[in-house]
Design a protein around this ligand. Structure first.
Ligand SMILES: CC(C)(COP(=O)(O)OP(=O)(O)OC[C@H]1O[C@@H](n2cnc3c(N)ncnc32)[C@H](O)[C@@H]1OP(=O)(O)O)[C@@H](O)C(=O)NCCC(=O)NCCS
Length: 182
């Protein structure tokens, strides 16, 4: 039987937002109350119909993915327990997704069989930018990675975005990012 959400929603609900970890919010928003007519929740198997690709297109080339392909990939990812933590913000009036963030957990043999977290695919819909949702999803991702026992959290970003991520205590490490694109 297919799962509705890609991970257990309780994990999001239980995050403690009393400590905002140095991030200043002008609006008192949290993962459980991201603002009027907005709801944060795990990615759902129905989200192809809720504008998920329209949102992802504002991040990178989304490709021509059919609903069946999306659902098949969703089922694969949901079956990998404790790995893909994708959460979104939905506008509850339009039922369209307006923000998304992924925390991917990689398990290792080193460091006493540790876990590391990666933040991926951070995006806020153009019409909703500047409302602190970017800060909210990245802080949520950071809290989630810590709760999941990751010993570190990393991400790749353009130089222009470094000041945004530095707000969360992330630092541009000496480690070089190397890539080959196929
Ligand atoms: C980056 C992004 C997620 C920010 O979302 P947002 O909801 O507009 O951000 P917020 O309203 O929470 O603003 C967060 C803070 O970062 C700053 N900020 C916002 N966008 C920024 C950017 N592109 N570069 C640097 N700083 C930025 C804001 O000024 C704000 O600062 P403040 O707290 O001092 O006022 C959004 O612009 C986006 O989706 N961009 C396209 C996709 C993308 O590039 N994703 C990141 C991939 S690494």
């Amino acid at each position: 039987m297919s799962k509705k959400y890609i991970f257990d929603e309780a994990l999001l609900r239980e995050l403690n937002f009393e400590d905002q970890e140095g991030i200043s919010f002008n609006n008192s928003i949290t993962q459980n109350d991201p603002g009027e007519n907005l709801k944060m929740r795990p990615l759902s198997r129905d989200d192809y119909n809720h504008g998920y690709y329209k949102l992802l297109a504002q991040l990178s080339a989304p490709g021509n993915v059919t609903k069946e392909e999306f659902e098949s990939r969703f089922d694969e990812m949901a079956a990998c327990s404790d790995t893909y933590y994708i959460f979104v913000i939905e506008d509850t009036n339009s039922h369209q997704l307006v923000a998304s963030c992924t925390v991917a957990v990689e398990k290792k043999f080193i460091r006493g069989c540790c876990r590391r977290g990666r933040i991926e695919d951070v995006v806020v819909d153009e019409a909703y930018r500047g409302r602190e949702l970017g800060k909210l999803i990245v802080l949520t991702g950071k809290k989630l990675a810590r709760k999941l026992g990751c010993y570190k959290l990393t991400l790749d970003c353009s130089t222009e975005k470094i000041p945004f991520y530095e707000k969360f205590g992330l630092r541009n490490d000496e480690c070089n990012f190397m890539v080959i694109r196929f």
